[in-house]
Design a protein around this ligand. Structure first.
Ligand code: SF4
Ligand code: MG
Length: 318
């Protein structure tokens, strides 16, 4: 029942003086049909790059992204288009992802025109009204401008644009991060309703572990371009093992408790162009041992479905 599978995915950029910067580093995992896979980590850890690799907005430096519901479309224009239709992405700030000089009705209709869906303008308009209704906006929005809408309403429009092509896989990249807390819950609930109604599969990306836990079936914790822990939400929420996950949790639970946050997440994130030796987290880990500086821990299944890359945890198990 796997829908999308990443295998040994690597994405490198050319940094200053042509030094390669590894945004995503040897990453393998898969997402099941109909699930929400939450991806959490601090900004700059490569989550957005991974999200864009998974909908093929970016091509990997090496490794593969494979979909089980259609043929790989690379090189074939028709299949490439089908792949674009099946995989959608929604970004944090709809203001930068939608054209501010177009009315809402036009913005939502555009994907239909690009993909040649609907026999005429009238049929397309009916489809636009129907998807707007699904996201909680009525026909009065058709002639409105993006600037007239609140952040939450604009994000609803962005969701409508993503869903009008009836995709199977949707990447949600920090989709509620710019919204007020009260509006965040509304948008999260809407995403959940739409998932059930349309049988969607989500990759849900956020820096906030609380937000990710609210929606996700499984969670992957990302640090410096790689996964350090992965498991069911229950396992990550109640029994997280990796020192980085614990630090992230305390930072998101006690957002105002800066003392605790400082204690657990001290130091800056190392630059992706100068990855530390050994465990990538060792420069900030309160449990760092000598072994951690020399040897990079591999992902090990510590209990069924629960994976962790940490010498401390693996030492406890052996
Ligand atoms: Fe910390 Fe060592 Fe575990 Fe890395 S391997 S998270 S440095 S204890
Ligand atoms: Mg990002």
């Amino acid at each position: 029942d796997i829908l999308v599978e990443c295998s040994q995915l690597v994405k490198e950029y050319k940094g200053t003086r042509n030094k390669p910067v590894r945004a995503v580093h040897d990453l393998s995992f898969s997402i099941r049909q109909g699930e929400t896979f939450g991806l959490v980590g601090e900004s700059g850890c490569g989550k957005s790059t991974l999200g864009q690799l998974m909908v093929r907005l970016l091509e990997p430096t090496s490794g593969t992204v494979r979909y089980t519901n259609f043929q790989d479309g690379r090189g074939n224009r028709k299949q490439e288009k089908a792949m674009r239709k099946e995989n959608q992405i929604i970004f944090q700030d709809p203001y930068s992802s939608i054209n501010p000089r177009k009315r809402i009705g036009w913005l939502v209709e555009e994907p239909l025109i690009i993909h040649g869906i609907g026999k005429d303008a009238q049929e397309r308009k009916a489809m636009v009204c129907s998807i707007l209704k699904e996201v909680g906006l009525d026909d009065s929005y058709l002639d409105r401008w993006p600037r007239e809408l609140s952040g939450g309403q604009r994000q609803r429009v962005a969701i409508a644009i993503a869903l009008i092509l009836n995709p199977s896989f949707v990447v949600c990249d920090e989709v509620v991060s710019a919204l007020d807390v009260s509006v965040q819950a509304q948008v999260l609930n809407l995403l959940q309703e739409l998932q059930e109604k349309f049988g969607l599969t989500y990759l849900f990306i956020s820096h906030n572990l609380q937000v990710v836990s609210y929606l996700s079936d499984r969670i992957g914790v990302m640090y410096l371009g790689g996964l350090v822990e992965m498991g069911d939400t229950e396992q990550i929420y109640h029994h997280c093992l990796h020192p980085y996950t614990k630090a992230l949790f305390s930072a998101s639970v006690d957002a105002f408790d800066s003392v605790k946050e400082d204690l657990l997440l001290s130091g800056d994130i190392p630059s992706p162009s100068r990855s530390p030796s050994g465990c990538p987290f060792h420069t900030r880990c309160i449990s760092c041992m000598k072994r951690c500086i020399e040897e990079n821990p591999s992902m090990v299944e510590v209990s069924p479905g629960h994976f962790c890359a940490c010498h401390l945890i693996q030492g406890m198990n052996t």
